[in-house]
Design a protein around this ligand. Sequence first.
Ligand code: PBG
Length: 324
Amino acid sequence: MPFPDSRPRRMRRTESLRRLARETRVEPADLIYPLFCVTGSGVREPVVSMPGVSRLSVDALAAEAKEIESLGLAGVILFGIPDAKDAQGSGAWDDDGIVQRSIRAIKDATPDLLVIADICLCEYTDHGHCGVFDGHQVLNDETLPLLAKAAVSAARAGADIVAPSDMMDGRVAAIRDALDEEALDQTPILSYAAKYASAFYGPFRDAAESAPASGDRRGYQMDPANEREAMREILSDLEEGADMIMVKPAMPYLDVIRSARDLVDVPLFAYQVSGEYSMLRAAMERGWLDEERGMDESLLSIRRAGADRILTYFAKDYARRVRS
Ligand code: PBG
C-alpha cells in the first residue's frame, strides 16, 4: 500500500499515538547501578570525570541502597577499592575485604535489593592487571583459582550474582566448580562474555584506581574490531555454565548486542560504561546535548539493539525522572 494511502506520520501525530506505536521501553527495573565502595567512614567522594557519581564508604551504603530500592532499579553492581594492594590481589578474596563488607552492609539495610559482585583482580593488584602478572603478560591458568576464590568469598558474603569481568579463558567453569564445591550452587554467574579492550573504561579506572601500571589489557580483553569472535566467547561461556551474559561497552558495540540477542536466549546485559557516561555528561554540562533526551535515547538504543538489562551510571537519574 503506497503513499498516499500509507502515511507513517499518522501514528506520530500526538504523544498518545506515539506511545501506542512504541516498540521499546526502558523501565527503572531494567537498570543496574554501579557502586564504588571505599574504606573509611562518612566518605562520599565525587568522581571528577563522572559528574554525579561518588565513591562511598561502607557506612554510606545503607542510605544509598534504600534510595536505590525505592527508585525501583533492578539492582546494584559493586566495585571495591581496597586500601592496600599486592601482587596477587588478595584483597579480592578477603572475607573481611571492602566488597565483602559492602555486600553485608547493603544486605542488612535492604535484604531484597539485588547485589551483583564484579569479580576481577585489577582493583586489588599493585600492577593493576586483571590476573597474575609475570612482568610481561597475564598468566591465564594461574589466575583462575584466584578468581574462583574471589567469587566464593563474594557469594558467601551474600552477593546474589557473581560477574567475572577479567576475560581469562575458562574462568566461568573455574568459578562454577568452586561455587558448587562450597554449596553455592544456587549462585548465578553473569559473565562479561564479550568485553572489549576499550578506551571507554578511562574514567572508571580513575574511580577504581585500577589502571594497569604498565602495558594494557589487549592481551586478554577483546579486539574492538571483532564481532564474530564475540559469539564464540558467548557460546563458550554458556557451555562453561554462565547463566547470563554481557556485552561491554554498549553504545560502540550495538551490533554485537544485536548478534548476541539473535544467537542466544539467556538474559542479555549491556554495560554503558564510564566513558560513554562521561562523554554524554560532558556535552550535557556544556549545554551541547539535551540531558533528558540524550539519556533516554542512549538507553533506548541499547534496549533496541536487544539488551534486556543495562548497567548504567544514569540509572538513578533516569528512574527519578520517569517516576516523578
Ligand atoms: C574490571 C572492570 C572494568 C570495568 C568494569 N569492570 C575496568 C577495566 O576492565 O579496565 C569498566 C567499567 C566502566 O568503565 O564503567 N576489570
